[in-house]
Design a protein around this ligand. Structure first.
Ligand SMILES: Cc1ncc(COP(=O)(O)O)c(C=O)c1O
Length: 428
C-alpha cells in the first residue's frame, strides 16, 4: 500500500496505520533485536544526544519495531503520538511521575484496577505523591479534591472489574475548567475501537497492551497516547515548558510543541526508569492489532449471550453486565462504548466459597487465570486471587463476595462456553 493512501476506517488503520515499507518491501513488519545503533559520526551522535537530530541511539529509548507499534496505536486513536512501554503499570507510573513531583497530588476515580490502586495508595504515596481517590464517580467528588497542587485527573473509561463507566464528557469539562490534563486508562476501550476518550475531552490515554491490543495473551505491554490537545505552554509544568536539566536546559515545549509530552515520557521517563518494551513484544502487539476490531465484535457479542445465559441459570444468583439496563453504568456505557458494552461480565453464584471453587476447578475450556482480553475465555475468582490479600471489611467495600466470578470472553464458539458452564454448574 502506498504511504500516501488516505486512511479512514478503524479496521483499515488496524492493518495499515503507521505502516512504512522499508527498502526490502517486505509485507511483514521487521523485528529489530538490537540494543544499540551505529552513529554516522561523533557530531551526529552529539546531536542525537542533544535531541537536535532525530534518530536511534539505544533501544531503551527508541527502536524501529516499537516505533511501528507506536505509530499504529497513534493512528487508531487519531492521536498526535504514542509511546510503547513494557507494561500497562509502567505506562501509568510514567505518566503520573512525568507530571507530578513530590508534594503534588493527583485526583483519581474510585473504580480502578487493583494494581493501579496499590500504585497510587502505597508506592506513589511513599514517593511523596498524594493520590486522592474520589469517594464516588460523581463530578462533585472529583472536584472537591482538586487544589492548586493537583497535576492531573485520572480514571478508567470502564473500571476493572466492576465495569463502571465514567462520565467522560463531564470529566473532560472538569479538566478544562481547572486546566488539568485528563488521563484515561482505556484498557477496556480496545485502542479506541469500543471507546475513544479523546472524543470526550481526554488529553492522555494509557492502555495495557497486554489485554485486547495483544489479544492472545502472549506478551505484557503498555502504551501512552497523546492527542496533542493539552496546552503545556501554560507554565504549570516546568518539566515540559522550562529548562530541562537532563538536556542542557532544552525546553521541550518550545522544541517539540504538541509532541512535547510524549518526548518527555521518552527522553526522561524511558531513559531513567528503563521500562522499554522488547521489540519482539511490540511485534506481537502489532499482529494483535490487525484483528482487534474483529475480535472485539466477537467478544462483545459472546459476552452478551453468556450474560443472558447466566441470567436464565438457577445456579447464578446475579449477573452484573454493563449491557443490561439494571447496571448502574448502563447509560454511560450506551453513550461512550460502541454497542454499549465490553467483553467482560461478573456473576455471583448461588453458592458458598467451596461451591464456587468447585465450579471454577470443574471448567474444562475456560481458563482459571488472572487475565482479560485473551483469545481464551478466562474465569477469575477474585476472592482466591486478585483480592486474596484484602481483609473481610475491604472485600465487602470492594464488592468481592466469596462466590463472585469475573469472566472475560475469548474467541471460542460461545455455545461451547455455555456447555462448559453447564457441566461445571453440575459440580457445584
Ligand atoms: C484497567 C487496567 N489497567 C492497567 C493494568 C495493568 O496492565 P499490565 O498488566 O499490562 O501492567 C491492568 C491489568 O490488568 C488493567 O486491567
Amino acid at each position: 500500500m502506498s504511504n500516501k493512501t488516505q486512511l479512514s476506517g478503524f479496521a483499515t488503520r488496524a492493518i495499515h496505520g503507521g505502516y512504512k515499507a522499508d527498502e526490502t518491501c517486505a509485507r511483514g513488519i521487521a523485528i529489530h533485536p538490537t540494543a544499540a545503533y551505529h552513529f554516522q559520526s561523533c557530531s551526529s551522535a552529539a546531536n542525537l544526544f542533544n535531541l537536535t537530530e532525530a534518530g536511534n541511539i539505544y533501544t531503551r529509548i527508541t527502536n524501529p519495531t516499537n516505533a511501528d507499534f507506536e505509530n499504529r496505536v497513534a493512528s487508531l486513536y487519531g492521536a498526535k503520538g504514542a509511546l510503547a512501554v513494557s507494561s500497562g503499570m509502567a505506562a501509568i507510573h510514567l505518566v503520573v511521575t512525568s507530571l507530578t513531583n513530590a508534594g503534588g497530588n493527583i485526583v483519581a476515580s474510585p473504580y480502578l484496577y487493583g494494581g493501579t490502586y496499590n500504585l497510587f495508595r502505597i508506592t506513589l504515596k511513599n514517593l511523596g505523591i498524594d493520590c486522592r481517590i474520589a469517594k464516588d464517580d460523581s463530578i462533585a467528588s472529583f472536584e472537591e479534591l482538586i487544589d492548586s497542587n493537583t497535576t492531573l485527573i485520572y480514571g478508567e473509561s470502564m473500571g476493572n472489574p466492576t465495569c463502571d463507566v465514567l462520565d467522560l464528557e463531564a470529566l473532560g469539562q472538569l479538566a478544562a475548567k481547572y486546566e488539568l490534563p485528563l488521563v484515561i486508562d482505556n484498557t477496556f476501550g480496545g485502542c479506541g475501537y469500543l471507546c475513544n476518550p479523546f472524543d470526550w475531552g481526554a488529553h492522555i490515554v494509557i492502555e495495557s497492551a497486554t489485554k485486547w491490543i495483544n489479544g492472545h495473551g502472549t506478551a505484557i505491554g503498555g502504551v501512552i497516547v497523546d492527542n496533542g490537545s493539552y496546552d503545556w505552554g501554560n507554565k504549570k509544568y516546568p518539566q515540559i515548558n522550562g529548562a530541562n536539566e537532563g538536556y542542557h536546559g532544552l525546553n521541550l515545549w518550545e522544541s517539540f510543541a504538541d509532541a512535547a509530552f510524549i518526548v518527555k515520557c521518552r527522553v526522561d521517563g524511558l531513559r531513567d526508569f528503563g521500562c522499554s518494551p522488547s521489540p519482539f513484544d511490540a511485534y506481537l502487539h502489532l499482529i494483535g492489532l490487525e484483528t482487534l476490531p474483529l475480535r472485539l465484535d466477537h467478544q462483545v457479542a459472546s459476552t452478551r449471550r453468556l450474560a443472558e445465559f447466566c441470567r436464565q441459570s438457577p445456579q447464578v444468583k446475579s449477573v452484573s453486565y454493563v449491557g443490561f439496563k439494571e447496571h448502574r453504568s448502563y447509560p454511560n456505557a450506551q453513550k461512550y462504548f460502541r454497542g454499549g458494552a465490553s467483553g467482560v461480565l461478573n456473576i455471583e453464584l448461588n453458592s458458598d466459597l467451596e461451591g464456587t471453587v468447585r465450579f471454577v476447578e470443574a471448567l474444562k475450556l475456560c481458563a482459571n487465570m488472572v487475565m482479560i482480553g485473551d483469545s481464551v475465555t478466562v474465569v477469575t475468582h477474585p476472592a482466591s486471587t486478585t483480592h486474596k490479600q484484602l481483609s473481610k471489611e475491604d472485600l465487602i467495600q470492594a464488592g468481592v463476595t466469596p462466590s463472585l466470578l469475573r469472566i472475560s470472553l475469548g474467541l471460542e464458539d460461545v455455545k461451547d462456553i455455555e456447555e462448559d458452564f453447564k457441566q461445571a454448574f453440575g459440580k457445584i
